[in-house]
Write a protein of this length. Structure first.
Length: 157
């Protein structure tokens, strides 16, 4: 039987422009997928005091759009993107763009694998513009995935 890890590992690759994170969650892949692709995001997609998601909407289908907004470092922000691949409960791929910035969209890939006692969630966030942003995103994914591990097991369903 696999031992569920209770913390997230997240690394920024400053050369290749990406962040990778991995965590094991004591819920089924179907349940974790639902948390990644619904308004539940506002409960876990946070980095307290730095990044606080307050609104989320999305049309979860290939070509569908999503949008999130909240407060980041004391200022309002909005993110938006498009779903590129939707394969419940195994994989979700979406573009990610901070509204109002000239940066090209980055790409977030979630891969969910069933393991004994739950799900291994791997996150790959690619095409991040700067090393500073990669380091910030790495910290953000670590705290968000840790938060997902805290709140998801307390939910019904």
């Amino acid at each position: 039987m696999s031992r569920i890890k209770t913390h997230t590992r997240a690394l920024a690759d400053v050369i290749d422009g990406l962040v990778v994170a991995s965590v094991e969650i004591t819920r089924s892949p179907e349940r974790v997928f639902r948390a990644l692709s619904s308004r539940e995001i506002i409960e876990w997609w946070v980095n307290p005091g730095v990044f606080d998601t307050r609104e989320w909407s999305g049309d979860v289908r290939v070509g569908g759009r999503w949008r999130a907004s909240g407060i980041a470092s004391g200022a309002a922000y909005a993110l938006e993107g498009e779903f590129l691949e939707v394969d419940p409960p195994r994989k979700l791929v979406q573009t990610w763009h901070r509204t109002g910035t000239p940066d090209a969209p980055s790409i977030v890939t979630y891969v969910l694998e069933p393991i004994a006692g739950g799900t291994r969630l791997s996150v790959r966030h690619a095409n991040i513009a700067t090393p500073e942003l990669r380091n910030s995103m790495s910290a953000g994914w670590r705290t968000s995935c840790d938060r997902l591990c805290e709140v998801l097991p307390t939910h019904k369903g």
